[in-house]
Design a protein around this ligand. Structure first.
Ligand code: ADP
Ligand code: MG
Length: 729
């Protein structure tokens, strides 16, 4: 059985970096080559169609059928120049990957012959059926049809011979079945609310977009070793494996020289990414061995999400060519760092102002502070919901680990901004303020920019940290579609900004000066959101206790955490803003509970199988050879000598035998618990049963297997060990 492991290790000796064919020209010469971007639209579309698409992108206006036909014709002409034969609507179902169903351009012409056809009708809408995607009860079989509809704001692109058209995915009744639909809605409500607040400072602002810069972490594993680990293949993470004697203790991998094979892989996927218009910028080794990161220049959030989903696809594909597997799982290996997808988020006006960037004078700084404080307040009021948005089975192994943010939401601002906020809370008077008092506060604001030259103030333990001109939401998991977090964040901030604008405007209507009204509402927000601000060590035990005292959500448990989606306040945030309907919201929670349960079920099955038909037989074989050995000693030595020599061996036999007994017993118990859980019809109770009754066995069984790994003859051990998985490339 150990054959597969050893032949995999042998294969590794002959691995060389794969030759990569990347042109020596500057990136700008091929950037966006495979994207139907504005330049190409200008070339391939009529002036009328081009203008209509631009207005649709900027203002969300619908595109009529006749224009859609023109766009389709232009798009097809461009695509066919690149040898494209098929098209697909590309969408984001509620799984962690994207979906596509390809159709050829072929159709019958008027004379009955086969010609290339692509019409506005099929560009705009498709009915891929796709009835097997999770819908959380929205789609009963009799109305199982799902529709995809063109998202004009994200450009079409080519992968291989296929033209991919980014789309939303909705049910027959128009309900969202994907991530993109609510993401687009959340961006629209954020736009409206933020513009209203901008108008308190600047009437010229017409549009506000959310910006997102994700940092994608991942592991690379050699393909041969991957094939020898059924747990990685089926469950995306190792369910067993004793820690390697050396792993990340020396931090010698972090920012280290990138290994040649890996560099070749990076070079190639980055080249593919550039051609797809994805502006990747940063690459480096991460802390854990064989862990890496890739980050682009930030973009408008909807586009950034599409690009993240797309680059994960590209990486998976390119990795295979380099005989690697890329692991996006949040915690593929116990005891070493997991992978996240830090999501850097901000808001930007059509006048080019980053609303979370400190300004150059008191007025712009007041606008900056207004947005900053409103985000802090939104996070405070929605901490449970925001936490739920990043909670799932995978990420539950990562959050709260000592390298990852804790599973408690708090905001880090740095001491300088904290002091400014506290200053406003104490200095602003509830009564009418004198001009002198106002001037004093504004002068204080005038000085902000200087501090950001020195960025040492960063707190790596915070899940939601202000980093100078954006917030960095670090709790997002590496395999997640970041929409899940973005939808909630946008909606929460939109709701808060709307409330803020309403309150300020009503004070102004009642005769207050505008700046005074702003200060006073800010003061209230600051006071009301004090509990969410935390500058200390998020990894510490005290913080956990302190957070509970502050009333923050800190209780463990995935199903319980997911319940935060459906509290009255969360409904107000998501349904009240129009980002989701009640039914869509509930269906999403169902989907999450189901995903959680199914992933645990898969892990439990894989572990049970491996334990019984890989590990136990191996241990029995080794034990048998020990028994033989003892029997041999008995034959050749006299009693005294035999007793002296056989003692340690017998102990080892007993030790191995005990582990085998425990493994067999616990696998049987785990199966029994699964059987009991599977008949529970209520999704929440079933998920809870899986978490409290089945999941503990994963750890327990693993302990015995990992102990066996230490004592069983290395020559017999069937699965590549951690030291092999993490240190060979
Ligand atoms: P670090 O590891 O120090 O956090 P990185 O350079 O790896 O920094 O990632 C920072 C990310 O933040 C990049 O994707 C960058 O484009 C993004 N970013 C910078 N400014 C903004 C902004 N205003 N809005 C959104 N993302 C931003
Ligand atoms: Mg970062």
């Amino acid at each position: 059985m150990a054959e597969l492991r050893f032949s995999a290790l042998k294969e590794l000796f002959n691995r060389e970096p794969v030759d990569v064919d990347v042109p020596a020209e500057p990136v700008s010469s091929y950037f966006s080559h495979n994207v139907f971007d504005k330049q190409k639209m200008e070339r391939f579309l009529s002036r009328e169609a081009y203008r209509a698409v631009m207005t649709a992108i900027d203002e969300g206006t619908p595109i009529n059928r006749q224009i859609a036909d023109q766009v389709a014709t232009g798009m097809q002409a461009w695509a066919m120049e690149h040898g494209v034969t098929h098209f697909t609507h590309w969408f984001h179902p509620l799984t962690d990957t994207t979906a596509e169903k390809h159709d050829a351009f072929v159709g019958r012409g008027e004379l009955g012959s086969i010609i290339e056809i692509f019409s506005g009708e099929v560009l705009v809408q498709q009915e891929p059926d796709a009835s097997s995607f999770p819908s959380g009860g929205i789609r009963n079989t009799f109305e199982a049809r799902g529709y995809t509809a063109w998202d004009v704001s994200s450009p079409a692109f080519i992968v291989g011979n296929t033209l991919c058209i980014p789309t939303v995915f909705v049910s027959y009744t128009g309900e969202a079945l994907d991530y993109k639909t609510p993401l687009l809605r959340s961006l629209a409500v954020l736009d409206r609310a933020a513009v209203e607040v901008c108008h308190l400072f600047d009437k010229d602002v017409k549009k506000v977009i959310a910006t997102l810069g994700w940092e994608q972490e991942y592991f690379l594993i050699d393909e041969a070793l991957y094939y020898a680990r059924p747990d990685l293949m089926l469950a995306d993470r190792t369910l067993m494996g004793h820690p390697s004697s050396k792993d990340q203790q020396l931090s010698d991998h972090y920012f280290g020289a990138i290994p040649d094979r890996v560099k070749a892989f990076m070079k190639e996927f980055e080249y593919e990414a550039y051609k797809l218009g994805i502006p990747v910028k940063t690459r480096h080794n991460e802390v854990a061995p064989n862990q890496f990161e890739c980050a682009p220049v930030f973009e408008e959030a909807n586009l950034a999400v599409d690009h993240n989903q797309l680059i994960m696809d590209v990486m998976r594909r390119v990795a295979r060519k380099h005989k690697f597997r890329v692991l996006f799982h949040e915690k593929p290996f116990a005891e070493v760092n997991g992978s996240g997808k830090h999501s850097n988020w901000s808001m930007m006006t059509d006048t080019g102002v980053n609303l979370l960037s400190p300004g150059k004078n008191p007025k712009t700084n007041m606008q900056f502070l207004t947005f900053l404080v409103n985000v802090v307040k939104a996070v405070n009021d929605n901490e449970g919901l925001i936490r739920a948005s990043v909670t799932n089975e995978n990420n539950s192994y990562r959050l709260g680990g000592h390298e990852a943010p804790p599973s408690i939401i708090s905001v880090f601002l740095g001491s300088y901004l904290s002091d400014i906020l506290d200053g406003i809370a104490t200095k602003v008077k509830d009564k009418k303020m004198t001009p002198q008092e106002k001037t004093e506060i504004k002068l204080g604001l005038g000085k902000i920019p200087g501090i950001f030259l020195d960025n040492t103030d960063r707190n790596r333990t915070s899940p939601f940290a202000f980093t100078g001109n954006r917030f960095e939401f670090r709790a997002v998991g590496s395999s997640a579609n970041c929409s899940s977090a973005m939808i909630v964040l946008n909606a929460a901030v939109a709701r808060q900004l709307k409330a803020f604008a309403d309150e300020v405007n009503s004070m102004v209507d009642r005769g207050r000066k505008r700046d005074e009204a702003i200060f006073q509402v800010l003061k209230k927000c600051i006071i009301d959101s004090r509990r969410i601000r935390f500058e200390g060590d998020g990894y510490s035990e005290e913080w956990h206790r302190e957070a509970l005292r502050r009333g923050l959500s800190a209780e463990p448990g995935v199903p319980k955490t997911l319940k935060a989606y459906v509290t009255p306040s969360s409904r107000e945030t998501l349904v009240g803003t129009g980002v989701l309907t009640d039914r869509e919201l509930e269906s999403r929670v169902e989907v999450e509970l189901e995903k959680f349960t199914k992933k645990l079920q898969i892990e439990a099955r894989v572990l049970g199988d491996l334990a019984i038909n890989h590990i136990v037989p191996t241990a029995v074989n080794y034990m048998t050879s020990l028994v033989e050995n003892v029997r041999g000693l008995r034959e050749i030595f006299d009693d005294n000598e035999y007793i002296r020599l056989a003692g340690a061996r017998k102990e080892l036999i007993i030790n191995i035998s005990d582990h085998i007994t425990m493994i067999k017993r616990m696998v049987a118990e785990m199966i029994e618990e699964r059987r009991k859980a599977n008949v529970i019809t209520d999704l929440y109770s079933r998920a809870t049963a899986y978490e409290s009754k089945v999941k503990p066995y994963l750890d327990e069984i693993r302990i015995h297997i990992d102990k066996l790994e230490l004592v069983v003859d290395n020559e017999l051990w069937p699965l590549p060990k951690y030291r092999e998985l993490l240190f060979t490339r």
